[in-house]
Design a protein around this ligand. Structure first.
Ligand code: NAD
Length: 473
């Protein structure tokens, strides 16, 4: 744990495991609410001076952290693959993506512009300025264990806020590596604090109830996001929530089915399906279903599951036993209700896979609204294909979910692309694009997928208050 600029050795620790091999790869301090409150106090004390630094001073620190991340890219990526399981190439991309937020907000801090507003009264002036919200409590998930941290820490620090972060209990080692970088980059004591814990609930409760915390930023499941929002409601804390998703992927009949199947299979199996923007319902026009399924199935059958340190591996492990069970239950439920299983549908335990949490990349067609997979977030390597005939219905079908994070559309027809973009109730829409993400672009969801946006210009505003000055002159 890193509190008030010091690394704490704890006697109470918990183990961290490699999900591909089951081997213990480290132990970290098991924080309780007392450590969380101590870190909050340190962040509160540090706020007085950090909030008064110039944007140029904050920018320099963030830029140094960015450079250190790039220098350590290989080591960070290897650590991520060992701790989280994604293939090394994907980990390397994530380290770059994570570093991009440091660079982006090192620049955005210099652009916290205010404005003047003309008044109807000749003797009155309006001036609008922004100031940091204060101490931030941040909670991050295990699936993107580095980029989800920098996506919060970089804008918070850029805005002049101080922060206490609780990373996921499955991936605290990546968090420690990032905080070592922040320390080396010159982040002053107390400005960024790290509390690791096996039981997240008391830490979350401390964030929600300690009056020194002015804002909570959370990435994780919708269920936990709602709990935190309820817990923080009595103090009306500002909340940013990046929650679950159930992305539709729509392939119109004018799309190239081979190209679309290639895109769908790439984004579906990204991070073994453990991504909030992973397609959960792949709607394919019946007229091109056959070539689409053929290409998709061929690609799935070539995917190699295993330890992400091996170059040929495309499918890493799931996070734990519960994830395997959830995925398997969704597949069995779909097959029992009439879905066709083309590939996978089983846990993989052969040879070196025996001690890991591996599930075969799975392709189901003929999925219907009666099946659990049609409504529940899968968070695993299962592609669910749903045929459609009528274009007029597809927007209503795609929007029929309480989630609203990402959606994908394949079409060559420009007006259809525009109509679909406008009609989909999702925060991020890829049109012939399976990677509509960047530090420069706003990331976030509608409906029960969350509140607020991360990255982009919007990302820093989440950490700023707006203050109006009315002056009579
Ligand atoms: P999770 O909600 O179980 O855990 C996320 C974080 O919350 C972890 O740090 C965990 O320790 C903590 N947590 C869990 N229970 C808590 C409690 N009672 N109080 C305080 N903190 C608590 O989610 P997960 O399984 O780790 O992550 C997967 C979920 O995250 C999926 O639903 C996925 O869609 C979502 N996600 C969303 C985004 C996004 O940007 N929208 C990005 C990545 C993941």
């Amino acid at each position: 744990m890193f509190i008030n600029g010091e690394w704490r050795e704890m006697t109470d620790t918990f183990a961290v495991y490699n999900p591909a091999t089951g081997e213990e790869i480290g132990r970290v301090g098991n924080g309780r609410s007392s450590q969380a409150n101590e870190a909050i106090q340190a962040a509160h004390t540090a706020l007085a001076s950090w909030s008064q630094t110039t944007a140029y001073q904050r920018s320099e620190v963030l830029y140094r952290a960015y450079q250190l991340m790039l220098e350590r890219k290989k080591a960070l990526a290897e650590l991520m693959t060992r701790e989280q399981g994604k293939p090394l190439k994907a980990s390397t991309f994530e380290v770059q993506y994570g570093a991009d937020f440091l660079l982006w907000f090192a620049e955005e801090t210099k652009r916290i512009y205010g404005e003047t507003i003309p008044s109807a009264r000749a003797d009155q002036r309006f001036i609008v300025a922004h100031q940091p919200v204060g101490v931030v409590g941040a909670i991050t998930p295990w699936n993107y264990p580095i980029s989800m941290i920098t996506r919060k820490v970089a804008p918070a620090l850029a805005a002049g806020c101080t922060i206490v972060l609780k990373p996921a209990e499955a991936t605290p080692l990546c968090a420690i590596a990032i905080f070592e970088i922040l320390e080396e980059a010159g982040v002053p004591a107390g400005v960024a604090n790290l509390v690791t814990a096996l039981d997240p609930a008391p830490i979350g409760h401390a964030f929600c109830t300690n009056p020194l915390v002015k804002k909570i930023t959370f990435t994780g499941s919708t269920a936990v996001g709602k709990k935190l929002a309820q817990d923080a409601a009595p103090q009306l804390k500002r909340m940013s929530l990046e929650l679950g998703g159930h992305a539709p992927f729509i392939v119109f009949d004018d799309a190239d089915p081979v190209h679309a199947a290639k895109g769908a299979s790439l984004v579906k199996f990204l991070n073994t399906g453990q991504a909030c923007i992973s397609p959960n319902r792949i709607f394919v026009h019946r007229a091109i279903m056959e070539p689409f399924l053929k290409t998709f199935s061929q690609r799935v059958s070539r995917m190699v599951a295993g330890n992400g340190m091996n170059a040929e591996v495309a499918i890493g492990p799931l996070v734990n036993e519960a994830a395997i069970e959830k995925v398997d239950e969704q597949v069995r439920d779909a097959v029992a209700l009439g879905a066709t299983l083309h590939n996978g549908g089983i846990r993989l335990t052969e040879g070196a896979l025996v001690d890991g949490y591996f599930y075969a990349p799975t392709l189901l067609s003929g999925v219907t609204p009666a099946m659990r997979i049609y409504r529940e977030e899968t968070f695993g390597p299962v592609a669910a294909i749903i045929p459609f005939d009528d274009e007029d219905d597809i927007l209503a079908l795609a929007n029929d979910t309480h989630y609203g994070l990402a959606a994908y559309v394949y079409t060559q027809n420009l007006s259809k692309a525009v109509r679909t973009f406008e009609g989909l109730n999702f925060g991020i829409i890829g049109i012939n694009d399976i990677n509509p993400t960047s530090a420069a672009a706003p990331f976030g969801g509608m409906k029960e997928s969350g509140l607020g946006r991360e990255g982009a210009r919007e990302g820093i505003m989440e950490y700023l208050e707006t203050k109006l000055g009315g002056f009579v002159v």
